[in-house]
Design a protein around this ligand. Structure first.
Ligand SMILES: Cc1cc2nc3c(=O)[nH]c(=O)nc-3n(C[C@H](O)[C@H](O)[C@H](O)COP(=O)(O)O)c2cc1C
Ligand SMILES: Nc1ncnc2c1ncn2[C@@H]1O[C@H](COP(=O)(O)OP(=O)(O)O)[C@@H](O)[C@H]1O
Length: 312
């Protein structure tokens, strides 16, 4: 599936699509409804247009990390829904300055040549969020493309949203995030070298910085981990935090994989957070921490034994 990094200079075959338009960070049931509307309008064929970086990252660069998915995972999920292409619309000063009408004319009509656009009921676009879904529909009528406005999709009585997924992760409730996502949330990154204490403690850990991925609640989790996209998920226990016991440092996800003894430095590690076990603590000495880590590993095994993806 092609991923286009611009709306300009597209090949003719990529133009004219029925598109679903939005951020699509952490694909949830609201996003899926927008995608279904695009699919229906395109008689089974559709593409997705999103923004890269997300507008929020452009407007508030100093906010804490908030991405639920890295762009590659977002695009892979969109592909799995059957999209023919993803358009990553570059969100920069030029895009931010466009009025709603200029956005529609330059990006949607001249650039993508859309036949149809599907958005959620609360979609806003154009300078200062001036345009809304009804305005998009009237511009579509004037300029010759159809618009679907998808009604609010509820999840336990409130709007299915990326915000709800973020709040669940920050509250240490990975099961709630998984229920909204329809799959376990995955923290991923490249394994880097640490302080080399883990092996001494009997718990070698694969250390992954999350960078601009959202930081879940600090603490210890039962996890499943996968190395370089292998087919098998391996059970483990992980700590996400700043390791106050051995000296504070930038937050890292440190995963001890059960029944594994290999070198994973420099490899891509994906870690599904399955259950939150306890907060990260500052221990008086490392022996006390190691004793607790043994208990953590035993508890993680118990929780993984019975873990089931929550359904709604
Ligand atoms: C299951 C588990 C639980 C942990 N809990 C804590 C904790 O409560 N407090 C803390 O300071 N560090 C905790 N850690 C992090 C260890 O301090 C860290 O893994 C150790 O310092 C090794 O670091 P290194 O990989 O950089 O060598 C935990 C690690 C694991 C694997
Ligand atoms: N069961 C395991 N789980 C995670 N990493 C393991 C495991 N066995 C071996 N390793 C390797 O050991 C490294 C971690 O060892 P550790 O002593 O914690 O050093 P560091 O602090 O440099 O990560 C991992 O990056 C990986 O290459």
């Amino acid at each position: 599936m092609p991923v286009y990094a611009d709306f300009r200079g597209l090949p003719e075959r990529a133009r004219g699509a029925s598109i679903a338009l939005g951020n699509f960070d952490g694909l949830h049931s609201g996003h899926r409804a927008v995608i279904e509307a695009a699919r229906k309008a395109g008689q089974g064929r559709f593409s997705v247009a999103t923004f890269e970086p997300p507008p929020r990252a452009y407007f508030r660069p100093n906010d804490p990390p908030f991405r639920i998915f890295r762009p590659e995972r977002r695009n892979a999920c969109i592909l799995a829904e059957g999209a023919e292409a993803v358009f990553e619309l570059p969100f920069n000063g030029e895009m931010a300055a466009m009025t709603d009408e200029v956005f529609v004319r330059s990006v949607l009509v001249d650039g993508l040549g859309v036949s149809h656009v599907s958005v959620g009921f609360d979609f806003r676009f154009g300078r200062g969020r001036m345009g809304h879904a009804a305005r998009l529909a009237s511009l579509g009528r004037a300029l010759g493309f159809g618009v679907s406005i998808v009604e609010e999709v509820l999840e336990h009585g409130s709007k299915a949203s990326s915000t709800a997924i973020r709040q669940a992760l920050m509250a240490g409730e990975p099961e709630v995030a998984a229920e909204i996502l329809g799959d376990w949330w995955v923290a991923d990154g490249i394994v880097e070298a640490g302080e080399k204490n883990g092996r001494k403690f009997g718990f070698p850990t694969a250390n992954v910085p999350l960078n601009d991925l959202i930081h879940p609640r600090y603490g210890v989790y039962a996890v499943r981990a996968r190395i370089d996209g292998e087919s098998q998920w391996r059970d483990g226990v992980a700590n996400f935090g700043r390791t106050p016991t051995t000296g504070l440092r930038d937050p890292l996800l440190e995963t001890f994989i059960f029944d594994f003894d290999g070198d994973v430095y420099g490899k891509q590690l994906e870690v599904q957070l399955i259950a939150y076990l306890r907060p990260e603590l500052k221990f008086d000495d490392t022996d006390a921490m190691i004793a607790q880590m043994h208990k953590d590993a035993a508890l993680a095994k118990e929780r993984l034994e019975v873990a089931q993806l929550p359904t709604n």
